[in-house]
Design a protein around this ligand. Sequence first.
Ligand SMILES: Cc1cc2nc3c(=O)[nH]c(=O)nc-3n(C[C@H](O)[C@H](O)[C@H](O)COP(=O)(O)OP(=O)(O)OC[C@H]3O[C@@H](n4cnc5c(N)ncnc54)[C@H](O)[C@@H]3O)c2cc1C
Length: 272
Amino acid sequence: MNFVIPKSERELKNEFSDDKCVLMAGGTDLLVKMRLGRIKPEKIISTLKIPTLHALGFDGDRITIGANVTYSELLDFKPIKEEFPILYDAILTVGSPQIRNRATLVGNIVNASPAGDGLLALYLLDASVELSDGKSYAISDFITGPGKIMLDQRQYVKNVFIQKSEWTHRYFEKVGQRTSMTISIASMGILLRLDGKRIDDMRLAFGSVGPTVLRMYEVETFAKGKDLNEKLLDEMSSMVFEKVKPIDDVRGSADYRRRLCRNLIYRMTEFL
Ligand SMILES: Cc1cc2nc3c(=O)[nH]c(=O)nc-3n(C[C@H](O)[C@H](O)[C@H](O)COP(=O)(O)OP(=O)(O)OC[C@H]3O[C@@H](n4cnc5c(N)ncnc54)[C@H](O)[C@@H]3O)c2cc1C
C-alpha cells in the first residue's frame, strides 16, 4: 500500500489515479474501517499538508471551514463559540481531546453516519458543502443515506460554509451508554427564537434515529407562531414519536430510541 502526502491541490488531483485510492484527513474513521477490513485501499492520500484545504474564517456573516480543520481548532476559534454555539456544544462531545486534535468536521460529513455529532449541528445550521469542482450542496442534499454522499471518485470536499442566523435559545444533548467517548443512542439539537412565549422560529434535529440525521421540518412548521407551553410540548413530542425512524442495534432498541426522542422534547421545559 502506498501512502502519499501531496503539498498542493494540483498534486492531489494527480494522485487520484484509480478507484483504489482514498483520501485521509485525521484518519479516525478511515483507519478504523481499514483495521476492520471494511475497506482495502491500495493508496492513501493524506490531505493534511495542503494549505488551501485549511481555511478557517468568519466575515461577520458566514463561516468557512476547510477540509483539514480539526475539531480542536474549531473549539479554539472564537466565532464558533460566539456565533455558532450549537456547533461548539456538539463537537465538544466528539470522542476525546486526542480524537478532536486529529479529526475533522469534513471527515464527519464524508463518513455520513446518522450518529455524527458535528453533522447534527450542521443540519440545524443549514450548512453547505463546497466540492473541488466548485459545486456546492446543502448538507441535507449532500448526504443521501448512511455512508452515502454526492461525491464522485475524483472529487473531494474543500470547504463547509455556515451562514450566521439569530437564535435566543439552543439545546444539544447526546444520549450514550456512558458520558464520554460514546456513540449516541440518540441525540437532539434545537435552535429556538422566542419572542416572549411565542415561537418565532425553530429548528429541530435528531441523530442516530434514521438513515441520516433527521431534521423535523413538519414539527418546526407546526410549532412556529405558537406559544411554547406544556400543551405544545405534548403535541410536538407525539409528532416526534411518529416521525423518527430508529432501528435496533447493539446500542439500543428501536423502541427505546423512539421513547427517548419523545422524552427529549421535554428538555424545552427549561425555556418555558
Ligand atoms: C475513539 C473514537 C471516538 C469517536 N467519537 C466520535 C464521536 O463522539 N462523535 C462523532 O461524531 N464521531 C466520533 N468518531 C468518529 C470520527 O472521529 C469522526 O467522524 C471524525 O469527524 C472523522 O474525521 P477524520 O478527519 O478523522 O476523517 P478520516 O477518517 O480522515 O476520513 C473520513 C472519511 O472522509 C474521507 N475524506 C477525508 N477528507 C476528505 C475530503 N477532503 N474530501 C472527501 N473525502 C474526504 C475519507 O476518505 C474517509 O472516507 C470517533 C472515532 C474514534 C476512533
